[in-house]
Design a protein around this ligand. Structure first.
Ligand SMILES: [Fe+2]
Length: 440
């Protein structure tokens, strides 16, 4: 695909404006109700103070939608350095002389106003001069998705703050009973086209390329809390033989006995959702488990995690050889197909979205919880770093595992079948669960 997908060399301008506006509205909706103290505090060494995220978003936007497009910047090298994610590990960000709450939001607004003015003035001459960054509106899609991704990071930060209630969310999630369905689906062997060349895709999703995947079975739904409890009750956290050696060492060091944000009370298992402790909902996908816990569960169940090629094939391919942008087809996500931000504020029960099934019958691949896969983060054949190596290339290697599908806290603009997320296998504060697979 190329710029013509949007119907003309500048026809993407409306879409760019809309994507930036949606991202900013969601950021404001999330942060506006919060006291200044919550915004400026570092709540965990795993996360930034929320105002760091906001100023970082503004600084990133300044670099990509102003300076790289020939506009003057607003701040100097020192501020750039302070809000550079690579230079400043998260644990160190509260020690920086950060902008205050009001200054941070003012900075973000100034950058946005200038970026929109520049976008309004773009003409075909600018396209010729700037080249690839503007092709199909790429750089605007990149900045809008970046902002949406930080909204999810901020939601994860708020989940770590046990005193903060997330503002009520509008949706009521369906609670179906579809227990009579087989728990797994079969995906036929053969080649499929993995990855994408769509205009707003990231460099690590490109290029689309053929991959041969032998026949396999994959779970119809993500592993539920109830499923995971059976693993706990069967001594799963005490049986070293089920664990990857590094995972066992991690379990021992952290004394892990259950997923993060769970506790056992006199009433039974509970989980904390923002400021609220509630009875563990058995039918929801398990969330806040590390890759090591997912891997141990799969071994206990005599199954395994799917590779990312299997995951994407189950989500994107169809028996007739076509590929889809979302599991159900090319239509953007809506409330009947996937639980994405801002719908429910937590994962939906398994079976809640039959209309979101893939061609092979797998459900809830998009939304609810990110799904750990067996695969390390690496480049596709023909990968080219764009527009900067710090987006993906510097993270390639065996220390990161791939997650797919997005969580309930991901915005529709920031997820598709080909989207690749990555994190350390010990990470638990992210909205991550998994499903299992097995060879046919
Ligand atoms: Fe970022």
């Amino acid at each position: 695909m190329d710029a013509r997908e949007f119907g003309g060399p500048l026809a993407w301008k409306d879409r760019a404006r809309e994507a930036l506006g949606t991202a900013r509205r969601r950021l404001g909706d999330l942060l506006r109700p919060l006291p200044a103290e919550v915004l400026s505090t570092q709540h965990s060494p795993l996360m930034s103070p929320p105002i760091w995220d906001v100023a970082h978003l503004a600084n990133y936007e300044e670099q990509w939608l102003l300076r790289s497009l020939g506009e003057p910047g607003l701040v100097g090298a020192e501020t750039d350095r302070m809000y550079d994610a690579i230079r400043n590990p998260r644990a160190s960000r509260s020690t920086l002389p950060l902008l205050g709450v009001a200054e941070t939001f003012a900075y973000a607004e100034q950058v946005r106003a200038r970026a929109l003015r520049h976008l309004d003035g773009l003409d075909e001459e600018a396209l010729v001069q700037t080249g690839a960054l503007l092709e199909g509106g790429f750089v605007y899609g990149m900045v809008a998705q970046h902002e949406q991704q930080h909204v999810e990071t901020l939601i994860a930060t708020l989940q770590l703050v046990s005193s903060t209630a997330l503002p009520p969310l509008p949706g009521a999630l369906p609670r179906p009973d579809r227990g009579s369905l087989s728990r797994e689906v079969r995906v036929r062997g053969g080649a499929f086209r993995m990855g994408t060349d769509a205009p707003w895709a990231y460099d690590n999703e490109r290029p689309q390329h053929g991959v041969d995947v032998p026949e396999f079975f994959i779970d119809r739904f993500p592993v539920s809390n109830e499923d995971f409890l059976a693993f706990i009750d069967d001594g799963g956290y005490r049986r070293q033989e089920l664990w990857h050696p590094a995972g066992w060492a991690f379990r021992e060091a952290e004394r892990l006995e259950h997923p993060l944000f769970w506790r056992r009370s006199a009433q039974g298992w509970e989980r904390r959702r923002f400021a609220l402790w509630e009875a563990l909902p058995g039918a929801e996908p398990v969330c806040h488990v590390s890759w090591y816990e997912a891997d141990a569960y799969a071994r206990w169940a005599a199954r395994r995690l799917p590779t990312e090629a299997e995951w994407e094939k189950a989500a994107a391919s169809a028996p007739d050889g076509t590929v889809r942008r979302y599991p159900w087809g090319d239509t953007p996500p809506d409330l009947s197909r996937a639980n994405l931000w801002p719908l429910g504020g937590h994962p939906a029960s398994v079976g809640a979205f039959p209309a979101g099934a893939s061609a092979w019958g797998a459900e809830q691949l998009v939304g609810d919880v990110w799904e750990w896969t067996a695969s390390d983060f690496g480049p596709y054949p023909g990968f080219r770093a764009f527009p900067y190596p710090e987006y993906s290339a510097v993270f390639f290697g065996p220390e990161y595992k791939i997650l797919r599908g997005g969580s309930w806290a991901v915005a529709p603009d920031a997820i598709r079948n080909t989207f690749r997320n990555w994190d350390y296998p010990i990470r638990r504060q992210i909205f991550a669960g998994f499903r299992c697979a097995r060879d046919a």
